[in-house]
Ligand binder design. Structure first.
Ligand code: GLU
Length: 289
């Protein structure tokens, strides 16, 4: 089986050192395995994605010395395909429309503590609504309890990252009480969340290994459940360490000071970037004998 991996940035800001690490690691591992490295542009969030950021992604990755198969899959060109999959879940009774705003959800959750910004687990205010009641501006949520009932066997995955190594069974309890009824269809009609689009494309592109940051570790059980519901294979996951700033905080898109473009402008070389993120010098394929 060919090793196929991908780097899947959302063009909503500049790539920073964390992205460089992710892309370089995936690229190196693909080359070591004589496999394939894909670049996928995850631009389904049309309100935030910008073509200028997409162009900067190509430019930065080229400069880092990465090569990838073309044409690149741009998710904004495939919304209809994703929406069809979402509707297939709706046909099974697993999706419902939701008009709640964040403030409704906060108000419905018991005694939120001041200053605590724990992720909001949706309290199910719209759970009884049929699909036929969807209005413009409604999101579409997965009915998690029902989705879990649909699985004919426990959902498992193989993780080979530093956080965990080995096969694991996804926790139903965490899915119900931490993930909850995730949004799969965004407010804009026919736009699905990246969680679902990524699952559909990882299967469509026959990705065997998902290599990405540990910040997405908690998203994986939901994606595995979606794979099972849709009859799609589950790739091997590798959630790598995060690159942090001097204060130990994980880098975010707004950390322009650590943008690859900024280091380039200041005269850094691609080798300097590899060193900054703690990667060995460029992997060179041994001469074919
Ligand atoms: N598009 C996501 C991001 O930029 C990455 C999704 C993934 O690697 O699965 O955070």
């Amino acid at each position: 089986m060919t090793f196929i991996t991908r780097f899947a940035p959302s063009p909503t800001g500049p790539l920073h050192l964390g992205h460089a690490y992710s892309a370089l690691l995936a690229h190196d591992l693909a080359r070591e395995a004589d496999g394939v490295f894909l670049l996928r542009i995850e631009d389904t969030d049309t309100s935030r994605a910008r073509i200028a950021w997409e162009e900067q992604i190509y430019d930065d990755l080229n400069w880092l010395g990465l090569t990838w198969q073309t044409p690149v899959l741009r998710q904004s060109e495939h919304l209809e395909r994703y929406n069809k999959v979402l509707m297939s879940l709706a046909d099974k009774g697993l999706i419902y429309p939701c008009s709640c705003r964040r403030s409704d959800i906060r108000a419905a959750l018991s005694a939120p503590q001041e200053g605590v910004t724990a992720p909001l687990v949706y309290p199910g205010l719209c759970r009884g609504r049929p699909m036929s009641s969807r209005k413009p501006g409604d999101a579409l949520r997965l009915h998690m309890a029902r989705a879990l009932e649909h699985l004919d066997a426990p959902a498992t995955l193989m993780e080979v990252g530093p956080l965990h190594c080995g096969s694991q069974v996804v926790s139903m309890d965490a899915l119900l009480n931490k993930t909850g009824d995730a949004v799969l269809g965004r407010k804009e009609i026919e736009t699905v969340s990246y969680v679902l689009a990524a699952v559909i494309d990882d299967a469509a592109q026959e990705v065997t290994h998902v290599i990405r940051g540990a910040d997405l570790f908690d998203t994986t059980p939901l994606q595995v459940v979606l794979q099972k519901l849709l009859g799609l294979p589950t790739p091997v996951y590798h959630h790598h360490r995060l690159i942090r700033d001097d204060a130990g905080k994980r880098l975010a898109k707004r950390d322009d000071a650590r943008a690859i473009a900024k280091f380039r402008a200041d005269g850094a070389t691609p080798a300097d970037i590899r060193e900054m993120v703690g990667l060995a010098p460029k992997f060179e394929r041994a001469a074919q004998g």
